[in-house]
Ligand binder design. Structure first.
Ligand code: ROI
Length: 165
């Protein structure tokens, strides 16, 4: 039987509620337990100030690299199931606090523009809490449509981001 094709995907993790560090760690465990996913690398955890509304707790962020046989929308649904299992409540307010946010940042070198999924992630170029952990595990990445990750990072202020482990 043919082996299914694999892709390399980068997933951003963020949390600012209900013990964020524990949220990120259990999200990592849940991602690793998904069928059709193999972890390649997990960044340090980062402490970051909220982007968007400031009347919410500070965030913790990380990035995981995986090899996967899951197609992008299947991966997205699997990640949403993990978000929901960890108590994510989707509010109408945009950019509010959340127990767990899992975003597909990159999927191979694909550009995806679907109603529920934009890859590369639309905020990737201006988010220090995405660029720095991504750079830690994949310093030579090219971001489709945006050039070298290293160049994006050099133009992105740290904005209070701190590596914590
Ligand atoms: N701000 C930070 N620092 N980290 C996040 O993960 C994060 N996620 C979001 C918004 C609300 C945009 N702000 C964030 O979705």
């Amino acid at each position: 039987m043919n082996r299914p094709e694999t892709a390399i995907a980068y997933i951003g993790l963020g949390s600012n509620l209900a013990d964020p560090v524990a949220q990120l760690k259990s999200a990592r465990t849940a991602i690793r337990a998904l069928k059709g996913i193999h972890e390649l690398a997990f960044s340090s955890l980062y402490y970051s100030l909220p982007m968007g509304p400031q009347d919410q707790p500070d965030y913790f962020n990380a990035v995981i690299a995986v090899e996967t046989t899951l197609l992008p929308m299947v991966l997205l649904r699997a990640l949403q199931t993990i978000e929901n299992a960890q108590g994510r409540i989707r509010k109408t307010e945009r950019w509010g606090a959340r127990t767990l946010d899992l975003d597909i940042l990159l999927y191979n070198d694909q550009t995806i523009d679907l109603p529920d999924l934009t890859v590369p992630h639309s905020g990737i170029t201006e988010r220090a809490f995405v660029l720095y952990p991504l750079f830690e595990i994949a310093p030579h990445l090219q971001v489709p449509g945006h050039g070298a990750l290293a160049d994006l990072l050099s133009q992105c202020p740290l904005a209070g981001l701190k590596r914590i482990d």
